[in-house]
Write a protein that binds this ligand. Structure first.
Ligand SMILES: Cc1cc2nc3c(=O)[nH]c(=O)nc-3n(C[C@H](O)[C@H](O)[C@H](O)COP(=O)(O)O)c2cc1C
Length: 351
């Protein structure tokens, strides 16, 4: 079945389930698993469990009313941009089944921030929603000045409407017009200088690219720390098709970038590196190729306080979230560990 159709269907079902108290209750009973051992408070925000829905699945906040019941401890909504974008040429996604990956080419498709704010003015403030923001995908946002204007506009609107718990700045969408202008330290520095002037009331996280050489990656983190960024989400799609052995037919004419397994190792290495160098300064959210409890545990032990996923849920089904949480609680119990924060980065603390 066409994956774009399935994605739209998932959103329709999710939106319907979120409309009635009874369907919400039944969804929660069937899927959600919580335990005090899984909860953490980070940046002053309480997370009931460490598994979140990554940005890009719920681009316009259509299923914000059901993600909690599905079992997620938090959600990244978006990526939203100041103006709407109807999406790149279809197909927006292709499933690479043997590779356990999705070739993604939406290009920041969304209905724009004004529609989002209008529909979500009552968004539950007790549940952690990260609002992922980017610059509009169009030729008018290509220069650094224009790009910055777009980020400032969207953040100002969000701040004025007081929606969401965290601002997630997407500097790493590989599928947008003009490329990733803020995935280098020099431009990011200018952007973050301007954002600092807004004196935003909520924590800021950066959604990181995963294909940069370590030297450039480190410079971005230095810039983030200089600007009191609270955390980093590691990371976005894999742009380098040669970095992973792809087992499905995929030719150059098929546009897009890879999620799932081809992101797993790159993300794990960067989580580990970031924790060792900046673990005391930045909260790390690990994303990329989480298909099981073991994959989630690995990211936590390498240094991620929270993890997010999309492709794992698409391949394994929505019960995966509760299953990860249930097995994580079991693991903590068996090893006599009070709570999940005690094993964050534990790989680096052995010997
Ligand atoms: C269908 C799809 C759409 C995505 N759209 C976005 C997006 O709008 N913004 C963003 O920051 N990341 C986006 N991503 C990247 C994911 O948030 C995530 O970083 C990446 O897919 C790796 O996680 P996964 O292997 O669990 O899917 C998208 C991924 C997928 C599969």
């Amino acid at each position: 079945v066409d994956p774009d159709f399935v994605h739209a269907l998932f959103l329709r079902i999710g939106s319907t389930l979120s409309s009635y108290a009874i369907t919400k209750k039944l969804t929660s009973l069937a899927l959600r698993h919580d335990s005090t051992r899984l909860s953490q408070t980070l940046c002053g925000i309480r997370f009931d469990n460490p598994v979140g829905l990554s940005a890009g699945f719920d681009k316009d906040g259509e299923i914000v009313g059901i993600v909690k019941e599905v079992g997620f401890g938090f959600e990244s909504v978006g990526t939203l941009t100041p103006r709407p974008y109807k999406g790149n040429l279809k197909p927006w996604s292709r499933r690479l089944i043997k590779t356990k990956s999705i070739l993604v080419n939406y290009g920041l498709k969304n209905k724009g921030i004004d529609t989002f704010i209008k529909l979500n003015s009552n968004l539950d403030s007790s549940y952690p929603y990260f609002i992922s923001v980017g610059k509009t995908n169009c030729p008018d946002t290509v220069t650094i000045e224009q790009g910055i204007r777009d980020y400032i506009e969207i953040l100002t609107k969000l701040e004025n409407s007081n929606i969401g718990s965290v601002y997630e700045i997407n500097i790493s969408c590989p599928n947008a017009y003009g490329g990733e202008s803020f995935s280098n330290a020099e431009n990011l520095n200018i952007l973050l200088d301007e954002i600092a002037k807004l004196k935003l009331s909520k924590p800021i996280f950066l959604k990181m690219p995963i294909n940069l050489p370590y030297e450039e990656y480190d410079k971005i983190l230095d810039t983030a720390v200089d600007h009191q960024i609270s955390g980093v989400i590691i990371g976005n799609l894999n742009k380098d098709r040669s970095s992973y052995e792809i087992s499905d037919p995929l030719d150059e004419s098929m546009k897009g970038n890879l999620s799932g397994m081809p992101t797993q190792d790159l993300s794990n290495k960067l989580i580990s590196r970031t924790f060792q160098k900046y673990g005391d300064k930045l909260v790390i959210i690990g994303v990329g190729g989480v298909f099981s409890f073991e994959d989630a545990l690995r990211k936590i032990q390498l240094g991620a306080s929270l993890i997010e996923l999309i492709t794992g849920m698409i391949f394994e089904g929505p019960q995966l979230i509760g299953e990860i949480n249930q097995k994580l609680e079991q693991y903590l119990l068996e090893n006599n560990i009070d709570d999940v924060s005690k094993i964050v980065g534990s790989d680096h603390k052995k010997s």
